[in-house]
Ligand binder design. Structure first.
Ligand SMILES: Cc1ncc(COP(=O)(O)O)c(C=O)c1O
Length: 387
């Protein structure tokens, strides 16, 4: 047994079912393990490494920032935080930004913000948030409750009060879940962990209509779909909708932990001094990473190339008899019951290809957004052998 495996078991809490591999180096879309073996990475740290591994511009900016200033706290103004917020606001339909460190923390923040907004409006009875089956919003108790998948709840009850579930893409189910206490609906445009399940346009239209009629807030979890993953900076930009609150994490830091919540002005103003906070949120190092990531993703042609590469990947997968779904470089392949996604991911790994899995026996492809056509060919070639 490799030495690190024994020590890993001895010292780490065993909450992850890890593959028996550890990487020591990354370069672009490639990773190298302790034995020097090279892998093509179609997972990108689960939709995180936007610019691939060891991007020279990102590495250089982080090194420079680390040797200047890493952290001061939000008791003071942090200039790169203002710069990143400005970029996010100027490229979205939202007005204000709060920074934190992860997707779960961003969603936790969104839940608090919804409650505080209605409290401030004199409607404290409006605290219920409706979320959808197959969704995934994180592992902290609020975001876990928002995750309408019983398998994640086992052993952790009682959950948070005030979250109700409806079936994804089912308008009747949504209507039934609404009560006089409903404050918001919260969903992903493409459910990532749930199996790369896109929202139906008709269902989205109904959500908008119902939200308008009943004064509900629309909270969109773009932790996985955000920052160029689907070929637009935000997935909501594919649809004619402006959400009230958007949560981000994963790709925003390109590998450095960053989370964010974007909100419309009227809602954001409910977070007055002392109502919410995060020690590390938006510190110098994290914001330096986000600045580099955003500047690159917003470069002319970058997002178009994500869309093109995504289409190319889907076509290649179709050619080998698979049925991909998704948008941009967020692609899922549901497999028939006789094929097991986890087994295929394991075999792929042995053959030098890293792919993810998701709910519903789905293979998941969320590579670095800088992947080339040739590299897609290389990945699909290995997959073809494996499948
Ligand atoms: C849509 C979505 N929301 C929230 C989360 C939780 O993010 P984190 O693991 O950074 O807490 C994830 C993670 O997979 C996610 O895909």
């Amino acid at each position: 047994m490799k030495a690190f495996l024994e020590e890993s078991q001895k010292y780490l809490i065993g909450n992850y079912a890890r593959f028996p591999v550890s990487f020591v180096k990354g370069e672009g879309v490639y990773l190298y393990d302790t034995e020097g073996k090279r892998y093509i990475d179609m997972l990108a740290g689960i939709a995180v490494n936007t610019l691939g591994h060891s991007d020279p511009q990102l590495a250089e900016a982080l090194c420079r920032q680390a040797s200047t200033l890493i952290h001061t706290s939000n008791l003071f103004h942090i200039q790169p935080q203002i710069e990143v917020a400005k970029i996010l606001v100027e490229n979205s339909c939202l007005d204000k930004v709060f920074f934190c460190n992860s997707g779960a923390e961003a969603n936790e923040t969104a839940i608090k913000l919804v409650r505080k907004y209605f409290y401030d409006k004199g409607q404290p009875e409006k605290f219920e948030i409706i979320t959808f089956t197959g969704g995934f919003h994180g592992r902290t108790i609020g975001s876990l409750t928002a995750t309408a998948q019983p398998k994640y709840h086992e052993g952790f009850k009682p959950l948070l009060q005030g979250i109700r579930y409806a079936e994804f893409n089912n308008t009747n189910s949504l209507k039934k879940a609404i009560t006089e206490n409903t404050a918001a609906v919260m969903f992903e445009f493409i459910q990532g962990e749930g199996g790369v399940n896109p929202i139906n346009q008709d269902f989205l239209n109904e959500i908008k209509k119902i939200a308008d009629e009943k004064g509900l807030l629309i909270v969109v979890d773009e932790v996985q779909t955000g920052i160029g993953r689907t070929g637009k900076l935000f997935a909501y930009q594919h649809y004619s909708i402006c959400p009230d609150i958007v949560t981000l994490a994963k790709g925003l830091g390109g590998g450095v932990p960053v989370g964010a919540v974007l909100a419309k002005e009227e809602i954001a103003k409910s977070f007055t001094p002392g109502t919410h906070g995060s020690t590390f949120g938006g510190n110098y190092l994290a914001m330096t990473a986000s600045k580099v990531v955003l500047s690159r993703v917003l470069q002319k042609g970058f997002l178009e190339s994500v869309s093109r590469r995504g289409k190319y990947l889907m076509e290649k997968l179709e050619k080998i008899g698979l049925k991909p779904r998704g948008k941009g470089l967020m692609v899922g392949v549901p497999l028939p019951p006789e094929q097991n996604a986890t087994e295929i991911a394991k075999k792929a790994l042995e053959n030098g290809l890293i792919v993810g899995t998701a709910g519903g026996n789905t293979l998941r492809f969320v590579p670095p957004l800088i992947i080339t056509q040739k590299q897609i060919d290389e990945a699909v070639e290995i997959l073809t052998e494996v499948v």
